[in-house]
Ligand binder design. Structure first.
Ligand code: APR
Length: 265
């Protein structure tokens, strides 16, 4: 069991706020830890779904393509399982709202999230890429158009794209599935401009997502980690703020606001 960690001190929070205000183009990279306080279990670490049940097969996409009808039937049968049930009732937590506030302050330029739970969008984040998709959407594998799940009839499986007749699949990116290029290009564009990344609630074990933070670091940028425990990226972070993101992010944004106000007065 990971040892209980020391909560981020006010001095550490202030140091993080100063780094963020000194940056020209701060972005955030978020993961499942952001949504733990919204009732959605993480994948790895204490309470993680993969920790409990083992990592899923790495060929989920290949299995979908081999038998789309069966894959759709399996997906629809999982509506009440341990991952889907919390997704349907989860709401944004103070961590999600803090990142929206940081965007509204004109400080945070972009958020890359690995989460498919729609919570950043529900919280009001505008400059956002859901690199692993969004569980409420259905995407056409041919023309890449995304549809709201309730706008596509599932009478006949697999459903076909109303626009091009192509193959429809959940927007959630399966293991083995290439990240949609429009999403990848957006993330690459903003991480190329970033000189600071707030890495919140991710084990930083999955690529290309984790690679965007490494790339900024390699170019001399700053990494600020917010995590309950050490992650794969801790050792190269300039600052690690220990604690739950729903508690640490609001403290960080309050400190940014206070410093910003003090500097303007
Ligand atoms: N606040 C902040 N961090 C937390 C909290 C919390 N309340 N609870 C857990 N964490 C941290 C864990 O310590 C861990 O480092 O969040 C991280 C969650 O890691 P993962 O479960 O691996 O989630 P993530 O990094 O988003 O996984 C990446 O893997 O399975 C795929 O597609 C899936 O998008 C996912 C990707």
């Amino acid at each position: 069991m990971a040892e209980q960690v020391q909560r981020a001190t006010d001095e550490e929070i202030r140091a993080g706020a100063e780094l963020i205000l000194e940056a020209r183009y701060p972005i955030a990279l978020t993961g499942a830890g952001m949504s733990v306080e919204s009732g959605i279990p993480p994948f790895r670490g204490p309470g993680g779904l993969w920790t409990k049940y083992g990592e899923p097969p790495m060929n989920g996409f290949q299995r979908f393509m081999a038998d789309p009808k069966k894959a759709w039937e399996e997906r629809l049968s999982k509506r009440n399982d341990e991952l889907f049930k919390p997704l349907s009732v989860a709401r944004p937590n103070p961590g999600h709202h803090a990142l929206v506030e940081l965007e509204q302050l004109g400080v945070l330029r972009f958020v890359i999230t690995q989460n498919v739970d729609d919570l950043h969008r529900q919280a009001g984040q505008q400059a956002l890429a859901e690199i692993h998709g969004n569980w409420t959407l259905i995407r056409c594998l041919d023309c890449t158009k995304r549809f709201h799940g309730d706008s596509i009839s599932l009478e006949v499986l697999p459903p076909v794209c109303p626009r091009c007749g192509g193959m429809l699949k959940s927007d959630t990116v399966s293991f083995g599935e290439p990240i949609p290029t429009d999403m990848l290009n957006q993330c690459a564009e903003h991480s190329a401009r970033a000189d600071l990344v707030i890495v919140a609630g991710t084990s930083a074990t999955v690529y290309p997502a984790a690679g965007f933070a490494l790339e900024v670091k390699q170019r001399g940028g700053v990494l600020i980690e917010i995590n309950l425990y050490d992650s794969e990226i801790t050792r190269i972070c300039d600052l690690s703020l220990r604690g739950g993101s729903a508690e640490v992010l609001p403290r960080l944004v309050t400190a940014v606001g206070a410093l910003r106000k003090a500097s303007l007065s």
